[in-house]
Write a protein that binds this ligand. Structure first.
Ligand code: ASP
Ligand code: MG
Length: 416
């Protein structure tokens, strides 16, 4: 993933640059916006140059989605991006107004004004280039720069959005563009925990966690950071500091593995709910079959997670995979025509499953991690339907009703 910066050989050395992103809950009300403004003021008064990215206030984006859904079952993605980008335009202006009211000069910019150029993939666009000219000018005029998160424009000047939660990515991409060492992400939790503290008693806050662990946790639904923000941070060596805007406590630093301060086997246990398992029996064992099936699903933007294929017997095998439950209605016709075309058995669908995962770079150097996880499930009579592993992750597909117990017991077993 590369990011082009314009103007090209621009060399501004800004040692005192701070890049911060405030999420929806941090700017949910005018009082909270005042709180954020005061926080920014303290950095500004210390002589820092501050670039701030904000999300839409509170649940604004969801409310905008609801409005569109009242008018159409299938609104065009271009118009959805036009609509959803308005949420951030409100919050950047309000924050600039709040800053000016306390004597801090500030200027807000939409994505198109700072030329955050993306591809044309509406609702899930990728940032390709950022032009820092206007930001540098505003900073040199002594202003706090406030940029709308989550949005950009494509090369035809259509407004695009980066996918839900995408303001994190706007912030880290800006930090990378401006050469900042760190990007502070203010959210409603005060760091990255070993498990959801609302679900697991004794969940522990990490001082540091690696990019790779964070990427796995993000894709497992531990929605603290937008996954692409972590990819940018990793590629450009930006440390992400996840922290709360409601207190001054240090949060969690997302760093490269050599900067890790903890040495533990498992750093996070997560549950991904609202998943479904699909099993296709008697699939002919020949080249191109899996490409056909998963190609058709990806064309409809269906995110497939765990995939297991049995080894062939009598020229047939079984393919099982998990996917979001909400996409089943789109997947079913694809599965049906695949089954007919390839004369497989009937697809079997279980829409009451969950995926429980343990993540940790420490797995690379500690033995017995998988065994500990399987034993925690076995001791609680929880059946494992599918298993998948990577170098730093083990995932098990289990019954949804057992998910919460599984989470607690696995967390306990790893003595995090
Ligand atoms: N406002 C957008 C959303 O709710 C982007 C963000 O919050 O990061 O998804
Ligand atoms: Mg977020």
């Amino acid at each position: 993933m590369t990011l082009e910066v314009f103007p090209k050989n621009w060399q501004v050395i800004m040692t005192n640059l701070v890049v911060q992103k405030y999420g929806g809950t941090s700017v949910g009300t005018t009082d909270k916006i005042k709180n954020v403004a005061n926080r920014i003021k303290s950095y500004y008064d210390n002589g820092s140059k501050v670039v701030v990215v904000v999300s839409a206030m509170g649940h604004t984006t969801d409310e905008l989605v609801d409005l569109a859904e009242k008018l159409s079952d299938n609104p065009s993605k271009r118009e959805m991006d036009m609509l959803l980008s308005t949420g951030e335009q409100v919050s950047i202006a309000l924050l600039a107004i709040a800053l000016e009211a306390i004597g801090v000069p500030a200027q807000s910019f939409t994505g198109s004004q700072v030329k955050i150029i993306t591809d044309g993939n509406f609702s899930n666009a990728k940032i390709e280039m950022i032009d820092r000219t206007r930001i540098d000018i505003a900073l040199s005029e002594g202003k706090v720069v406030i940029v709308a998160g989550f949005q950009g424009i494509d090369k035809n000047e259509n407004i695009t959005t980066l996918g839900r939660g995408g303001s994190d990515t706007s912030a880290v991409a800006l930090a990378a563009t401006l050469g900042a060492k760190e990007c502070e992400i203010y959210t409603d939790v005060d760091g990255v925990y070993s498990a959801d503290p609302n679900k697991v008693e004794g969940a522990k806050k990490h001082q540091t966690i690696t990019y790779d662990e964070m990427l796995e946790l993000a894709s497992l639904g531990a929605g603290v950071l937008h996954p692409r923000s972590v990819e940018f941070a990793k590629n450009y060596g930006v440390t992400i500091h996840v922290r709360s805007s409601f207190n001054m406590n240090p949060g969690t630093l997302v760093v490269s593995e050599d900067k890790l301060m903890e040495n533990i086997r498992v750093s996070g246990v997560t549950i991904k709910n609202e998943e479904a398992r699909v099993t296709l029996p008697e699939v002919p064992d020949k080249p191109g079959i899996a490409a056909d099936l998963f190609g058709a699903l990806s064309e409809k933007d269906i995110i497939v997670d765990v995939i297991v294929q049995s080894s062939p017997s009598n020229g047939k095998n079984t393919i099982s995979f998990t996917m979001p439950r909400k996409s089943l209605s789109i997947a079913e016709p694809i599965l049906k025509s695949f089954a007919e075309k390839n004369k497989t058995g009937n697809p079997d669908i279980n829409d009451k499953i969950a995926i429980v995962s343990a993540v940790g770079v420490g797995m690379k150097s500690h033995v017995g991690v998988a065994a500990t996880m399987f034993k925690a499930l076995a001791d609680n009579s929880i059946n494992i339907e599918m298993i998948s592993t990577s170098e730093i992750k083990i995932s098990c597909v289990i019954k949804e009703e057992e998910a919460k117990k599984a989470l607690t017991e696995i967390h306990k077993a790893f003595k995090i």
